[in-house]
Design a protein around this ligand. Structure first.
Ligand code: ZN
Length: 254
């Protein structure tokens, strides 16, 4: 297993790094573009570990989550997009929309795939080989707007509605990751990616028949059951076995 992160350095530069114990070794470009070590060991503030042209998401990819919202399981992957402007860095602050816009914002912990090579009309084998690594994502959702709008762009697309990170891990089995979400120390979500309806490779192959997936794109793979509300002052901790822990906090718009 290798771990990579993207850091903002004190001088304002942004660097991809390979993590080794406590040390962050600077790379000359993103790891999925073949980044090699520059020789520098650096320190910095973690950023979302991706530079996606798009954030592709799948809804209702776990049976128990579809059921908890009263939805049937889709016969095909149910795809939607988040704008890259939704990304939130590790340890970031999620600012809720004003209460008059949405009164029900929820967390959805998800396994996030980082695409490592261009995929267009990919076979299952090509799609599996096109997954560079894994990280943790939160598909923050304004549930009231999702129901009201019918399509999900507004409900899923606010700035900060995609916390991502803290690292990209390679060499993990994407179908054997334990996911959990804690809010203020209380466990809300817990599940295994083994319970996905459509596997990561199936999702990428299916999506690549519609849109070309580019290196650095992010694919959120759906959430297990236990979604719940986020409120002003909440501290959220998302964990994925073998990958790491992603934290963020929540504040109201004032
Ligand atoms: Zn989701």
């Amino acid at each position: 297993v290798s771990r990579y992160a993207r850091l903002a350095l004190a001088d304002g530069a942004v660097r991809w790094v390979a993590l080794e114990g406590e040390e962050a070794h600077a790379l000359d470009r993103a790891p999925w573009l073949g980044g090699t070590r520059t020789g520098a060991v650096v320190e910095g503030r973690p950023l979302a570990p991706a530079e996606p042209s798009k954030i592709l998401c799948v809804g209702r990819n776990y049976r128990a989550h579809a059921a908890e919202l009263g939805n049937p399981l889709p016969a095909e992957p149910l795809l939607f997009l988040k704008p890259p402007s939704a990304l939130l860095e590790p340890d970031g602050v999620l600012e809720l929309p004003p209460a008059e816009t949405s009164e029900r914002v929820e967390h959805e912990v998800e396994l996030a795939l980082i695409v490592g090579r261009r995929l267009r009309r990919a076979s299952l084998d090509e799609a599996a080989a096109g997954i560079f690594g894994l990280t943790i994502g939160c598909d923050v959702t304004a549930r009231d707007l999702q129901k009201r709008d019918g399509q999900w762009t507004r409900a899923k697309g606010f700035d900060g509605f995609c916390p991502l990170g803290p690292v990209v891990a390679t060499g993990c089995n994407a179908s054997a990751i334990e996911l959990s979400a804690h809010v203020n120390g209380e466990r809300r979500q817990h599940g295994s990616t083994a319970a996905m309806v459509f596997s990561p490779a199936e999702l990428l192959a299916y999506a690549s028949a519609i849109m070309t997936l580019e290196p650095g794109d992010v694919v959120l793979t759906g959430t297990p059951e236990g979604v719940g509300p986020l409120r002003d002052g909440d501290a959220v901790v998302l964990e994925a076995s073998g990958i790491g822990v992603l934290r963020f906090s929540v504040k109201a718009t004032r």
